[in-house]
Design a protein around this ligand. Structure first.
Ligand code: C2E
Ligand code: MG
Ligand code: MG
Ligand code: MG
Length: 286
């Protein structure tokens, strides 16, 4: 085809496409051994309760230090794992690693924190999922209620009936459940009410331009009202500024997460007490 168009020469787009495909294939190949070669590690990002201003949870986010490509983001390698059979392997490794490390640190520091971990759409369809979660909890000696599993709204709405069945099964283990990236799918209040979930996380895209447009504020207001009407806790993701934080507090949001409160980092860098205090102190000094 390139021949027909470019008279035998590869066009810029052909080269770009070929490079993309090659990178994809190479990453897929390397991901098979990333866990056994110790290239995967877990970063933790604080989730802060707006009422007590304390860190109440940490979201586990997978990191891949590739020997040749450097840090590859989960936004790139999770979809690659998802398209192959790798996600089961990577997902189970992640759950085992995060629960073990988190349980140990939590005990050592005597912190009453919850661990949030992400599940991908394909993991939700894995008949082994229930067993994988159960084994990870048991091996780590982490109480089930200290784990909250995050599933995106998109993954749930792909097949709500099937998702509800799986979520109920997970809930029977005693873990909590959250809907991640909420607002990007098209769930109705009726659907929300039927789902066995505890928490709703508002997608970062709604938070990022809070304070800049009043219709964004109206959407966030109605998401919070809707969630509260069916007794769900609301977490806002992607809080980057004091202004966004103040607006969310004013709108009655329960918890916040974002760079303003702490970036994903190794566990020992997790701001465990009051991340807001740090910002207030530096504000006073100015
Ligand atoms: P997510 O679960 O919605 O995680 C939040 C993402 O937003 C993280 O990106 C986090 O670093 C980023 N973030 C947090 N606060 C801010 C902020 O204030 N500003 C901005 N611009 N970004 C912020 P990350 O770590 O690159 O992960 C991207 C996505 O990859 C996650 O979205 C999640 O869907 C997926 N992911 C990460 N780790 C895992 C995993 O272990 N398993 C599965 N299945 N998915 C994972
Ligand atoms: Mg998440
Ligand atoms: Mg999210
Ligand atoms: Mg996301």
């Amino acid at each position: 085809q390139a021949k027909a168009r470019g008279g035998g020469r590869l066009t810029f787009f052909d080269v770009q496409l070929r490079e993309r495909v090659q990178r994809h294939m190479a990453l897929e190949q390397d991901l098979r051994h990333a866990a056994s070669k110790d290239q995967l590690w877990v970063a933790y990002q604080p989730v802060v309760d707006l009422r007590t201003e304390r860190t109440v949870a940490a979201e586990a986010l997978l990191r891949w230090d590739h020997p040749a490509h450097g840090a590859v983001s989960p936004g790139e390698f999770i979809p690659i794992a998802e398209e192959s059979d790798l996600i089961q392997h990577v997902g189970a490794h992640m759950l085992r690693t995060a629960t073990r490390q988190f349980a140990a640190e939590r005990d050592r520091l005597e912190l009453d924190l919850q661990l949030n971990a992400n599940l991908s759409p394909r993991q939700l369809r894995d008949p082994q999922l229930h067993t994988v979660v159960q084994h990870a909890l048991a091996a780590a000696e982490l109480p089930a209620e200290a784990l909250c599993l995050e599933i995106t709204e998109e993954a749930i709405m792909h097949d709500p009936a099937q998702a509800t069945w799986v979520l109920n099964e997970l809930r029977d283990l005693g873990v909590e459940l959250a809907i991640d990236d909420f607002g990007t799918g098209y769930s109705s209040l009726a659907q929300l009410q039927r789902l066995p979930v505890d928490t709703l996380k508002i997608d970062r895209s709604f938070v990022s331009d809070l304070g800049e447009s009043s219709d964004r504020e109206a959407i966030v207001t109605s998401i919070i009202a809707m969630a509260h009407s069916v007794a769900l806790t609301v977490v806002a993701e992607g809080v980057e500024t004091a202004r966004q934080l103040d607006l969310l507090a004013g709108l009655g949001c329960d918890k916040v997460q974002g760079y303003y409160l702490g970036k994903p980092a190794p566990f020992d860098e997790l701001p465990t007490r009051n991340p807001l205090l740090r910002h207030r102190k530096s504000a006073q000094r100015r």
